[in-house]
Design a protein around this ligand. Structure first.
Ligand code: SIN
Length: 539
């Protein structure tokens, strides 16, 4: 018996059984798009641990990048995606993304997504590292919420789709090396073993692994942690994208200030009032996101290590009604006495998007039979080491639909008993909330924007100290999952002894293509590096 806090007695909960054809974990853009694709094929069960509209998708502000202007536009979108990814984009995945993106977005238009228009024409904005304006937006700065609304309405109108809210997925069920379902936990504390022909992880990202994040509380890396526990390959976990401009006000959440603000002309200024981006990149404020985030971190740190303020400045921008173009951002800033057209807005980076995840091919197939993944939880290597702005909603649509198409190949619902039980600590660890906070803060300090071997090794020891057995509660399971994600990030970041894209090592500041133009793969507790076919070396 374990002596860790809260873990005095272990309990073995038996699950009740349920069956479906397709089980989808997560109700964001990838999960809903997949459900719509599958509903003619059989029963689809979509589970989400909170309300249906609470996901990273809902909070996506800036938009969805898509090349609606024909072949040349598609080819430029491919070049931009590959260029931003700093030598690690899997070109085939990027080709699929940009070529199928227009079809998926036209579908959204047919299903009633209300993208912003001017004189009847779709409005297009620009963000960092895009060579032209190709980003659609909705309700100004609430693009994800509008796409989520229309997808959910469309899914609800289909037969065969059951949407199950407030249900936590505990673990995948693995039999004879294949995934045959998942173990769920409802709010009454009952375990449910769902057997399915195929399981899709569409559970989103893991921003809560860091103290500073733009992500909502639900982003706890559940799918990645479950897949790792089940034995799936996990890839590129050292590449966590830090959004350059989250609001930086004491005691205020790290609210996202969309890159579209810079697309509409915002400058970045340091505490001396200087624009500084010309010292870092020819594209200035619209440089790739990793470059801008590090520049802000450097400008925001004095020679003595003391924090200095860095600002977004839109005071010079004329010809746009900023409150109309950015209503959500303006309202949030207004609550804190700030106005885009009048004030300098203090910003600093925050964890935003995980390029790594459960390794898949371009059809969402993972290394485990019958297990698929799509969206932020997955790693197709489409983003390489740094995602191009506003490619993530498109990724969810394109790869959600493709994974669903591949899931149709899975055989019948597997028969058998299934692992319908799991042992839990009887009580949550007494220090659960404190452990979570410490893990998040230590990850920010030791495995954040700027890393080195000493900090990462120290973090590995901290993680041993912070390991707890979970109880059968959502909070306990989320802590277990974040701990797993932290371990994956740290072991991958230690192994990659170079700097590339979002992964910057102070002790290895250069890019080392000879050793590391490859993707990290974690199998069990071993990290290796493997080339994706056609990995593209650029930039
Ligand atoms: C933003 O609006 O800046 C976020 C968009 C993205 O993450 O691509």
């Amino acid at each position: 018996m374990d002596s860790k806090p809260g873990n005095a007695i272990a309990s073995n909960l038996m699950a009740v059984s349920r069956e479906t054809d397709y089980l989808i974990v997560g109700a964001g853009i990838a999960g809903l798009r997949a459900a719509i694709e599958l509903c003619e094929e059989g029963r689809v069960l979509v589970v989400t641990k909170e309300a249906l509209d609470e996901s990273n998708t809902h909070y996506a502000q800036g938009g969805i990048a898509v090349a609606l202007g024909g072949t040349e536009d598609v080819s430029l979108h491919l070049d931009d995606t590959v260029g931003a990814g700093d030598g690690l984009v899997y070109r085939e995945a990027a080709r699929v993304l940009v070529e199928e993106g227009p079809l998926r977005v036209e579908e959204l238009l047919r299903w009633g997504t209300g993208f912003d228009r001017e004189n009847g024409r779709l409005m297009l904005t620009r963000e960092g590292a895009h060579s032209r304006n190709r980003i659609l937006h909705a309700n100004g700065d609430a693009t994800g919420a509008e796409i989520g609304r229309s997808l959910l309405a469309h899914a609800r109108a289909q037969r065969n789709i059951t949407l199950l809210e407030w249900t936590t997925t505990v673990d995948l069920i693995v039999e004879d090396g294949a995934v045959t379902g998942a173990l769920l936990l409802d709010t009454a504390g009952e375990l449910i073993a769902v057997r399915a022909r195929a399981v899709l992880l569409a559970s989103g990202g893991a921003g809560q692994v860091y103290s500073d994040t733009t992500n909502p509380a639900v982003a706890t890396g559940d799918g990645i942690a479950m897949a790792w526990r089940a034995g799936a390959d996990i890839s590129d976990m050292e590449f966590y994208q830090f959004h350059p401009t989250a609001l930086s006000l004491p005691g205020v959440p790290r609210f996202l200030l969309s890159e579209a603000l810079r697309g509409e002309g915002a400058y970045l200024r340091n505490s001396r009032g200087e624009r500084f981006m010309e010292r870092y990149h020819p594209l200035l404020e619209l440089a790739p996101r990793d470059v801008v985030a590090r520049a802000i971190t450097r400008e925001g740190t004095g020679a003595d290590g003391a924090p200095h303020l860095v600002y977004l400045d839109m005071r010079h921008v004329t010809g746009i009604d900023l409150r109309k173009r950015f209503p959500g951002i303006s309202a949030f800033l207004g609550q804190h006495g700030l106005d885009l057209s009048r004030d300098l807005i203090p910003v600093r980076p925050a964890a935003h998007y995980l390029m790594g995840g459960v390794r898949t091919d371009v059809n969402g197939r993972t290394s485990l039979p019958r297990l698929y993944a799509a969206g932020e939880v997955a790693c197709t290597c489409v983003h390489g080491a740094n995602r191009l702005a506003s490619n993530s909603l498109l990724e969810g649509l394109v790869f959600g639909a493709r994974a669903a198409a591949a899931m149709r190949e899975a055989g019948d619902v597997p028969t058998g008993e299934g692992a319908g039980a799991r042992s839990f600590a009887l009580l949550p660890p007494a220090d659960e909330a404190a452990v979570l906070k410490e893990l998040q803060q230590k990850m920010w300090q030791n495995a954040g924007l700027l890393r080195d071997a000493a900090g990462l090794s120290a973090m590995q020891q901290e993680l041993e100290r912070l390991r707890r057995e979970p109880a059968a509660s959502r909070a306990s399971l989320e802590l277990e999952n974040l701990h797993a994600v932290a371990e994956l990030i740290v072991m991958s970041a230690l192994a990659r002894e170079e700097s590339r894209g979002a992964h910057y090592r102070n002790d290895f500041p250069g890019r080392d293509d000879a050793r590391f133009a490859r993707h990290s793969i974690v199998r069990g507790r071993t990290v290796s590096f493997e080339a994706a076919p056609e990995a593209v070396l650029t930039r």
